[in-house]
Ligand binder design. Structure first.
Ligand SMILES: Cc1cc2nc3c(=O)[nH]c(=O)nc-3n(C[C@H](O)[C@H](O)[C@H](O)COP(=O)(O)OP(=O)(O)OC[C@H]3O[C@@H](n4cnc5c(N)ncnc54)[C@H](O)[C@@H]3O)c2cc1C
Length: 311
């Protein structure tokens, strides 16, 4: 059985917003499926939408109510900018780094197009992103990062200290300003995608907890906590920060992080409603505004033994 973790401490801000639910049934109507998706968060929802578009018979199971995992704790800054700067990633991956970054640009656009095409109301807003120098990257390294992105064909501008101060009133030595970013209500986005998949025949069963997995020839068999058995040609684990022991790998490390939301309609500069802001610092801070004029901020991921606790 996979350990259940405390995915949030206080009540996440998005949990109090409307239209973040998708209907579910307590027990799947069949034992055998084309694909079973474990986890009804944003990853499972995107997977379900894509697979039902290809007419696969899909079952989604979750041990919680759908859309109540880590996805509703997210600040939901949708960025093409990968955590590892392009000029660092290029040292590790060579030419594949630029390709990876370009695909990330395309993914942000594809997600916005998908939401528009499906008519999902989730406050999806195209945004620009402002990446500030900090103690991990000064203005010279920021310039190298800018040049690497330009060479990769990724549109962005380099702002020096004076221009950054003049346009944004921020006192840092430099920044990169880029497009291809967005923000959304992650609960509404997840619920919207799940609802689309359901309209195409997908089923969501909850609470159903998967406790074991066995591969049998061309199919996979899943055991549920209640002693049931489910089979599918393919199983996709979209379990976020939790995973079955058989899937644990040395590459996995669980960290703890935080986010907070201010009261609505607080005083803020005009540009903030069009922007995501983050910095090259350790620990780092990132923030954006939401449509109701709140500021939503988050920060550094931390190693924390609590993150591994099974409540
Ligand atoms: C504070 C915070 C801020 C963040 N900010 C951003 C951001 O700005 N931008 C960004 O891109 N990302 C951000 N993230 C990361 C992002 O939220 C997550 O990567 C994403 O939500 C993970 O989605 P998921 O669907 O994989 O997992 P989840 O939403 O956690 O869904 C997984 C589901 O699987 C279910 N499950 C687990 N194990 C089992 C089992 N054995 N059987 C049945 N069901 C099971 C769980 O109940 C859960 O509902 C942030 C995360 C946090 C915590």
């Amino acid at each position: 059985t996979s350990r259940k973790r405390r995915l949030h401490l206080a009540k996440p801000f998005w949990a109090a917003t409307k239209h973040i639910s998708a209907p579910s049934i307590p027990t799947p109507s069949a034992r055998s499926w084309d694909v079973i998706i474990v986890g009804a968060g944003i990853s499972g929802a995107l997977m379900a939408e894509a697979l039902t578009r290809k007419n696969r018979r899909v079952l989604i199971v979750d041990r919680r109510v759908p859309v109540r995992g880590s996805s509703i704790a997210s600040t939901a800054m949708i960025q093409h900018e990968i955590d590892v700067p392009l000029h660092h990633l290029a040292r590790r991956m060579g030419a594949d780094a630029a390709r990876t970054w370009r695909r990330s640009v395309r993914a942000v656009q594809d997600l916005q197009d998908l939401v528009a095409r499906l008519g999902i109301a989730c406050d999806m807003q195209a945004k620009q992103a402002l990446y500030l120098t900090g103690d991990e990257m000064g203005h010279r390294a920021m310039r190298s990062e800018f040049e690497a992105r330009q060479n990769a064909g990724i549109a962005c501008d380099y702002l020096d200290q004076a221009e950054l101060m003049q346009r944004f009133g921020i006192d840092r030595s430099a920044a990169i300003l880029s497009g291809a970013s967005a923000s959304a209500n992650p609960g509404q986005l997840t619920a919207g995608l799940l609802t689309v998949a359901q309209a195409r025949g997908a089923e969501i069963a909850s609470p159903v907890e998967i406790t074991d997995l066995a591969e049998t020839g061309d199919s996979a068999t899943l055991a549920t906590r209640e002693g049931g058995v489910l089979t599918a040609e393919q199983v996709v684990f979209c379990t976020g920060y939790e995973f079955l022991p058989v899937m644990e790998s040395r590459a996995h490390r669980i960290t703890s992080t935080w986010a907070l939301a201010s009261h609505p309609r607080i005083a803020r500069p005009d540009w903030l409603d069009r922007s995501l802001v983050w910095e090259a610092s350790e620990p780092y801070l990132y923030f954006r505004s939401a449509r109701d004029g709140r500021i939503i901020a988050g920060g550094e991921d931390m190693d924390d033994p609590e993150a591994y606790r099974d409540p």
